[in-house]
Ligand binder design. Structure first.
Ligand code: NI
Length: 226
């Protein structure tokens, strides 16, 4: 399931993050590319150990923890510290699948990349190209969102970023390990949760709300892995 999550960051938060990103040093994105990706990746990234990346990542994680749509759709167990990238002058990232596992910084634990996340940090009219294209069995999905909006999509997806031919494209990207590893099960829970939310909004006293909520939790109990 691909899902757009609007307004993860406010305009003020985007401005603050961009001010800091404008003052910092970037490095070649190939330093973190896997064997498959290294030949197709041409962009800049903030060094992973950069204090600015850590601080800005903290802001994003804090906002995500208060974004109900992200929590309902991703059912996050753990989120890897956000990373930051910059594409300009024809920068691009060819078709690839993200690494399945990343070590959680400062620990021996690994995070499984069930869900890939891209948070846009500037507006579509500030650059040309730079579309995120995610492939699934229904074809190509092209994504280019306003600053502060995010898209999530399955970590199993083939995806790419088209060349940025004018201007600069800034984004944060990161991965989430879900309590529910199965994409199909996660989507089923999200659809059930959304239906319960709508029913509750329209008919708060409906007799079916409690049993449906019970079904949701009993499915989550069966399908979640902690
Ligand atoms: Ni990727």
């Amino acid at each position: 399931m691909m899902l757009k999550i609007p307004e993860v960051l406010s305009d003020a938060e985007v401005r603050h993050i961009r001010q800091l990103l404008d003052q910092t040093l970037w490095e070649d994105g190939r330093v973190t590319a896997g064997h498959q990706a290294i030949n197709v990746k041409s962009n800049l990234q903030l060094p992973l150990e950069s204090p600015i990346a850590r601080d800005l990542g903290g802001i994003i994680l804090d906002r995500l923890s208060r974004t109900p749509l992200f929590i309902a759709a991703a059912l996050p167990l753990r989120v890897l510290p956000p990373r930051f990238n910059r594409y300009e002058g024809g920068g691009t990232y060819g078709n690839h699948v993200d690494n399945a596992l990343f070590r959680v910084p400062g620990t021996d634990a690994y995070l499984r990349t069930d869900i890939s996340c891209t948070l846009f940090l500037n507006d579509p009219d500030e650059y040309e190209g730079g579309e995120l294209i995610v492939e699934d069995s229904y074809g190509d999905h092209r994504v280019k969102l306003p600053a502060g909006d995010m898209v999530i999509y399955p970590g199993t997806s083939h995806h790419r970023v088209t060349p940025v031919t004018k201007g600069v494209r800034l984004a944060s990207f990161f991965w989430t390990q879900s309590l529910v590893p199965s994409e199909v099960q996660r989507r089923t829970l999200f659809e059930l949760d959304s239906a319960i939310q709508h029913l509750t909004a329209d008919h708060p006293d409906h007799i079916s709300i409690a049993p449906l909520t019970g079904v949701y939790h009993n499915l989550l109990r069966q399908w979640s892995i902690t």
